[in-house]
Design a protein around this ligand. Sequence first.
Ligand SMILES: Cc1ncc(COP(=O)(O)O)c(C=O)c1O
Length: 379
Amino acid sequence: MKKDKVFQLNQTAVEKLAEEYATPLLVLSLDQVKANYECLRTYMPRVKVFYAIKANPHPEILKTMIDMGSCFDVASAGEIRTLSEMGVSGERFIYANPVKTGVGFKACRDCGVTRMTFDSASEIAKIQKELPGATVLLRLRIDNSSAHVDLNKKFGAGREHAVELMLKAKEAGLDMAGIAFHVGSQTILADPYLEALDIAREVFEEAKEAGLDLRILDIGGGFPIPTPSMKFNLPEMLKQIHARLDEDFPNIEIWAEPGRYICGTAVNLITSVIGVTERGGQPWYFLDDGLYGTFSGVIFDQWDFKLISFKEGDERVAATFAGPSCDSLDIMFRGRMTVPLEVGDLLLVPSCGAYTSASATTFNGFSKAEFVVWENVNA
Ligand SMILES: Cc1ncc(COP(=O)(O)O)c(C=O)c1O
């Protein structure tokens, strides 16, 4: 896989795969997963990667990341146990959910997970009771209205409470080790990271004055994947972040929790048109995958998927695309420009590996799209 190339099937492969397997079909490139991981390691060599498996917990992706030596960001008992059963030992986890459950703590005890985040006094008391002496990072709230998905509306302690909370954690006997933040998903500029690093540096200094010796900084996820409408220079962005880390946090262990960046570009969906009608003078195309399936990212991730048709011709129409279920909510795109389509036509959806199959359901009895691994198929 070339460094600047993103996995995208050509027409011949799409047709061959659709014939050999039923659609909807998800095609996963493990070489792309490896290239994405290596890219982060190349441009941010000091950063220890904890793959946020919520973005895509497909076993082959997990296996690949395990073999490459990645660590993991987990948010639930299920995620902890899945990885533990695959042989990942407790020290390769960060339980990065600031509000943990009883079964989550039990999974930590069973699987040897001792590192976690918190953002409230109530969570300190819970950790003290369930996992005394655990190593904790304070999740800081970072406002970034430019992020595609703002993850700071729900989590993160205000900067003004940071030192007070960290002292409380220390008094409770926890190993108060550092700070974590998340600038928001699909952040396409270095600036929000640099602003967050400014705040983190101030908090590190205040903590030192208060007698706390912090040793870990977790810069979260948020690293972007290319889309037709978002232009950015990732190597430049990563270099800028890394240079600032070297400048301001020279002796601190740096962690990151990329989700989308690792898996987003590694999956292509092949879906078929299963119905065509016309309403209000506009064509409607019904696909065999929808909002309750791979396109769940339209709702949960506010993602705008690219649809590629291999049909020729200059005519373009504004169309509505709907999924296969009987729910009228199951409409993915309205007014989407496309060549006119017919039943049986195939569409390719590239770069749909993050927050898609992970949140798909079997609502209405429709199976989730099957996966095949690109490197194992003959197309
Ligand atoms: C705590 C935490 N870390 C990492 C991630 C992954 O973020 P991204 O997919 O933007 O890299 C998320 C996403 O929800 C998160 O909540």
